[in-house]
Design a protein around this ligand. Structure first.
Ligand SMILES: Cc1ncc(COP(=O)(O)O)c(C=O)c1O
Length: 444
């Protein structure tokens, strides 16, 4: 076999065989779940996924996520564990930490948070005491629940106040400074979940310094763009940076905290034992793989295309007469403001889903409708760009969205779009590998 196959092909064959064995075991022992998983795989390949927080991970990340590390308990940190048998886990977590520090240029990294939400809570707990005032972007302006929303535990632990975007949907740094002077928060949170424009983290730091606040920056959405050097990094300007690992960063579902050395002990203490028990070592393993993938020229090209696609999609959507919050995008996402049309976000999202275009309904700044039936639709390009779609396909997708929006009640039109979507998807199969295997990321 080795005589006729190149070494990389041989490795690939072994992995595929292993993968096939894992799949056939599931098929044998739990045919119902196997079948449901297969159906989901087919769904993901047969639709245009525009939810900006979703992506397709590589086979390498997928294999690491589903690996034997699921079996291991590793409470503690490398070389300071509460369970034995950590000969390998210590090395894997160290590799993940070093890769995170390298690509984000951070003093310290904690790769254990189970998710972005718990990472944010841990970051807040590392900086301030319960009852202290925190200030983040309002949910209705594109902030995240964990930035002090009334519905979230962060507003129960802390006294949460918020700032908002202006009428045109932009962050207004003068207004943020005014709010900071008025409320005197101990932490100012920068970062967003539904904001299409670039964020000036240096300005946030200046405002925080003026009022004696810490600066926590949540780059869950844009961390891939930051790593690729396409968006300002908050690392030099924030006390702590939190991120998810599964959005533009294209890793497994997880969270991560980066910080200045002075906060390292507090950050580690609040994650474990402060909030969590055993780290999910299978996720940390997959994070390590994803960080290596992000440390490549291919990832920079991918991230550039994510932004190019978002810009093109937003231009085309506006040409069809849709309003976009802030009039466009600088990053991977855009927010369609439907207030001037007689379709609500949820109605459009459901119609699009029937046409195999997956989005999420969202409030828009100044929206007086409830978050359950808001006037906006949030869409983004990370997943479709991973499939290799480019500007020409953005034109087609914009026309699909327009057709569905104009025919939300017409099943025959929606079904026709659905068939065209399938055809488009068939030209862009979900890829399994994004980078050329390398040893340059090895940590010794
Ligand atoms: C800005 C921001 N922070 C935090 C989170 C929470 O991440 P997770 O869903 O992993 O808890 C999200 C998720 O959408 C987000 O957009």
């Amino acid at each position: 076999m080795l005589e006729i196959l190149e070494c990389t092909e041989y490795i690939e064959l072994i992995l595929l065989n292993k993968d096939a064995r894992m799949i056939s075991a599931l098929e044998q022992y739990d045919p119902q779940i196997y079948e449901l998983l297969r159906q989901e795989e087919v769904r993901q390949s047969g639709c245009i996924r525009l939810i900006p927080s979703e992506n397709y991970i590589s086979k390498a990340v997928m294999i690491a996520t589903g690996s034997c590390l699921t079996n291991k308990y590793s409470e503690g940190y490398p070389n300071k564990r509460y369970y034995e048998g950590q000969q390998v886990t210590d090395l894997i977590e160290t590799v993940a930490i070093e890769r995170a520090k390298k690509i984000f240029k951070a003093d310290h990294a904690n790769v254990q948070p189970y998710s972005g939400s718990i990472a944010n809570l841990a970051a807040l707990n590392a900086l301030v005491e319960p009852g202290d005032t925190i200030m983040g972007l309002a949910l209705s302006s594109g902030g995240h629940l964990t930035h002090g929303s009334k519905a979230n535990i962060t507003s129960m632990f802390f006294n949460s106040v918020s700032y908002e975007v202006n009428e045109s949907g932009w962050l207004d740094y003068n207004a943020i400074e005014e709010s900071a002077k008025k409320y005197k928060p101990k932490v100012i949170i920068s970062g967003t979940t539904a904001y299409p424009r670039a964020i000036d983290f240096q300005k946030f730091e200046e405002i925080a310094k003026k009022v004696g606040a810490y600066h926590l920056s949540d780059i869950a959405h844009i961390s891939g763009l930051v790593v690729a050097g396409l968006h300002m990094s908050p690392v030099p300007y924030a006390d702590i940076v939190s991120t998810t690992t599964h959005k533009t960063l294209r890793g497994p579902r997880g969270g991560m905290l980066l910080c200045r050395e002075e906060h390292a002990k507090n950050v580690d203490r609040t994650v474990f034992p402060g909030q969590q028990g055993g780290p999910h070592m299978h996720t940390i393993t997959a994070i390590a793989v994803a960080l290596a993938e992000a440390d490549t020229a291919e990832f920079i090209l991918y991230s550039k295309q994510v932004i190019k696609n978002a810009k093109r999609l937003s231009e085309k959507i506006m040409e069809y007469g849709f309003d976009l919050v802030s009039g466009g995008t600088d990053n991977h996402l855009m927010l369609i403001d439907l207030r001037k049309r007689n379709t609500k976000g949820k109605v459009l999202a459901k119609a699009l889903d029937r046409a195999r275009i997956v989005t999420n309904f969202n409030t828009v700044p100044g929206d007086d409708a409830s978050p359950f039936n808001p006037n906006g639709l949030r869409i983004g390009t990370p997943a479709i760009t991973t499939r290799g779609m480019k500007e020409d396909q953005m034109d087609i997708i914009a026309s699909f969205i327009n057709t569905v929006a104009e025919n939300v009640d017409k099943d025959t039109v929606i079904e026709k779009v659905g068939r065209e979507v399938l055809l488009l998807c068939s030209q862009f199969p979900v890829p399994e590998h994004f980078i050329i295997p390398t040893t340059k990321n090895a940590i010794f």
